[in-house]
Design a protein around this ligand. Structure first.
Ligand SMILES: *Cc1c(COP(=O)(O)O)cnc(C)c1O
Length: 227
């Protein structure tokens, strides 16, 4: 179970022209693989499971920037709030209010991305445009939140035209938001693209990709797990 150095070189090259940040998705992967990736120069790692993220953050290099990319339950925010660099999957006002509360306790602003529902599948998480509008009106009261942009996951399909349509839609939301002036809202990040679709995502304007299996090999744990 190792880090695929050659793949990393290819990805790095592909991302270099566009100034895109690579988040190495290390969920379910052992410490050794993360240390290898870290030694190759990766400083941003993404995890989906709270317990696993807390354990890894305690035992791996302190200058790693930990991204929480999974579905976050409100009662677990407190475990990651002290050290998390960016929470990608904020998909409800309730969750945002809880993150703000934990930020207040720590007296620090917590970086978040709003997850937008862009896929056809009902099962995927994320806000629709009406919910997004409502959340943006609440943001000025949430002074321990720093919303840095948006995250989205495209449909699980090989149909490139559909995926492109979904990425274009999210890029549109991102672009429109750049003109807004709202307290605690400082959009600069558009997190979209995974192993299978990151080239397309970057061509559609993504500036942060979340790549797991291409860097670390396939995972065997079931993806459906939520914690
Ligand atoms: C697991 C996961 C990824 C990485 O998926 P790969 O296909 O292995 O690159 C990216 N984003 C999210 C939200 C994930 O859960």
């Amino acid at each position: 179970m190792a880090f695929l150095e050659d793949q990393y070189k290819n990805i790095k090259e592909a991302l270099a022209q566009s100034n895109t940040t690579l988040v190495a998705v290390s969920k379910t992967k052992p410490h050794e693989a993360i240390v290898e990736a870290y030694k190759s120069g990766i400083k941003d790692f993404g995890e989906n499971y709270v317990q696993e993220l807390v354990e890894k953050s305690e035992n791996l290099p302190k200058d790693i920037r930990w991204h929480f990319i999974g579905h976050l339950q409100t009662n677990k925010v407190k475990y990651i709030a002290p050290f998390v660099y960016l929470i990608h999957g904020v998909d409800s006002e309730k969750l945002l209010v809880e993150i703000n509360k934990q930020g207040q306790k720590l007296n620090k602003k917590i970086n978040c991305l709003l997850q937008i529902h862009i896929a056809q599948e009902e099962t995927k998480f994320g806000l629709d445009e009406t919910e997004l509008k409502t959340i943006l009106t609440k943001l000025p009261e949430l002074e321990f939140i720093n919303v840095m942009g948006f995250m989205g996951m495209a449909s699980f399909t090989s149909e490139q035209t559909l995926i492109k349509k979904e990425f274009d839609y999210l890029k549109g939301i991102f672009d429109n938001s750049l003109g807004l002036s709202i307290a605690n809202f400082n959009p600069s990040i558009l997190s979209m693209g995974m192993s299978a679709d990151y080239h397309l995502a970057v061509s559609c304007g993504s500036n942060m990709v979340r790549i797991g299996s291409l860097l670390f090999g396939e995972r065997n744990k079931p993806e459906a797990k939520i914690d």
